[in-house]
Design a protein around this ligand. Structure first.
Ligand code: UTP
Length: 293
C-alpha cells in the first residue's frame, strides 16, 4: 500500500484578480493577519504528515524562496533585542519541512504547473495544494482528512464543496454520483461550466490527491478553458481510466486570490487570535453600524 509523503504547491500564476498588489509580488505572499498565505498552506501540509514539498514558482517569486530560508541577520537582530519568541518563530519557518522549488518558466496553466513536478514526484501518489487556497480546519487539517481517505480507498481524490448556483462557473465541476454524505464518485469533470449546463454544484476546491498516471496524460493535454493547460482536463481523462472520488472536506475554505475571499480570511483569522479578538470585535461592531447607518 502506498502512502502520500509529497505535496506540490503551485504558486506561479499571475494573480490578475489581485492587481496591482500582485504586479511584483506573488499573491501567495499576501499576508493574512501576520503570516503569508503560503505559510498557512505549508503548515497544513506539515500537520498532515507530508515530508517533502515542492513549490512551483514563477517570475518575481523568489521572495517565496526567501521566506522559507534562514534569515541570519534578522535572527541576530532579534537575539540582540531579546525577542526570543519571535526568533523561535522565524527559525521554525525555515525548519518546517523539506521544501524545494522549481520554476514554471511560462504560466501555461495549473496542469502545466503540476507537470513541472514530474521528476520530483516519480511514481508515487501525491498531494496538490493550491497556493492561494487556505482551508481552516483546526485539529483535523483538510489534507490529512483526504490522506486518511486515500489510505482506505487507494485512488485519486478531489477536495470539493457544494457551491451556490451563481458560483458554479468559477470552478471545475464534478459529474458523478453521491455515495454517502460528502462523498461522490467522479465520472467526469467540467471546467467552469455555465450553471444551466453544469452536471452538479459540486466544485473542486484547491486540494487534490492524484495518482502518478496523471503525468502521462498531462503531457498530451492541450490548452483548454482560458487557453490554459487545465489540471481539470487531465483529471477528466484520468477518471476514465481509474477510480476517482470527490470528498467534501470539513473546514472553511478561503480563496485568498479573490479580494472578497482575502478580506473574509483576514477577518476570520484575526477573530481567532486571543490578542486581537476583543478589540477587533468592538471595532467591527462600530464600523458595521457606521456603514449600515
Ligand atoms: P488561479 O487560476 O487561481 O491563479 O490558479 P492565477 O491564474 O494566478 O489567478 P488569476 O485568476 O489570474 O487571479 C490556482 C493556483 O495555480 C497556480 C496559481 O499560482 C494558484 O496558486 N498557477 C496557475 C500556476 O502555478 N501556474 C499557472 O500557470 C497557473
Amino acid at each position: 500500500m502506498q502512502k502520500i509523503t509529497k505535496a506540490i504547491i503551485p504558486a506561479a500564476g499571475f494573480g490578475t484578480r489581485f492587481l496591482p498588489a500582485t504586479k511584483s509580488q506573488p499573491k501567495e505572499m499576501l499576508p493574512v493577519v501576520d503570516k503569508p498565505t503560503i505559510q498557512y498552506i505549508v503548515e497544513e501540509a506539515v500537520e498532515s504528515g507530508i515530508e517533502d514539498i515542492l513549490i512551483i514558482i514563477g517570475r518575481y517569486k523568489s521572495v517565496i524562496e526567501d521566506h522559507f530560508d534562514r534569515s541570519v541577520e534578522l535572527e541576530m537582530e532579534l537575539e540582540k533585542k531579546g525577542k526570543y519568541d519571535m526568533l523561535e518563530q522565524i527559525q521554525d519557518i525555515a525548519g518546517m519541512a523539506n521544501i524545494q522549488f522549481v520554476r514554471q518558466k511560462t504560466a501555461l496553466g495549473l496542469g502545466h504547473a503540476v507537470y513541472c513536478a514530474k521528476n520530483f514526484i516519480g511514481n508515487e501518489p501525491f498531494a496538490v495544494m493550491l497556493g492561494d487556497d487556505i482551508v481552516d480546519s483546526p485539529g483535523y487539517p483538510c489534507l490529512k482528512q483526504m490522506m486518511d481517505l486515500y489510505e482506505r480507498e487507494q485512488c485519486s481524490i478531489l477536495g470539493v464543496k457544494e457551491v451556490a448556483r451563481e458560483d458554479i462557473s468559477k470552478y471545475g465541476i464534478v459529474d458523478g454520483d453521491k455515495i454517502s454524505d460528502g462523498l461522490y464518485t467522479v465520472r467526469s469533470l467540467v471546467e467552469k461550466p455555465k450553471p444551466d449546463v453544469a452536471p452538479s454544484n459540486v466544485a473542486i476546491m484547491g486540494r487534490y490527491i492524484i495518482t502518478p498516471a496523471v503525468f502521462d496524460i498531462l503531457e498530451k493535454t492541450a490548452p483548454g478553458a482560458g487557453n490554459e493547460i487545465q489540471l481539470t482536463d487531465a483529471l477528466k481523462t484520468l477518471a476514465l481510466k481509474e477510480k476517482m472520488l470527490a470528498y467534501a472536506f470539513k473546514g472553511r475554505r478561503h480563496d485568498v486570490g479573490d479580494k472578497l475571499g482575502f478580506l473574509e480570511a483576514t477577518v476570520e483569522f484575526a477573530l481567532q487570535r486571543d490578542n486581537l479578538r476583543d478589540d477587533f470585535l468592538d471595532y467591527l461592531e462600530g464600523i458595521v453600524k457606521t456603514y449600515r447607518g
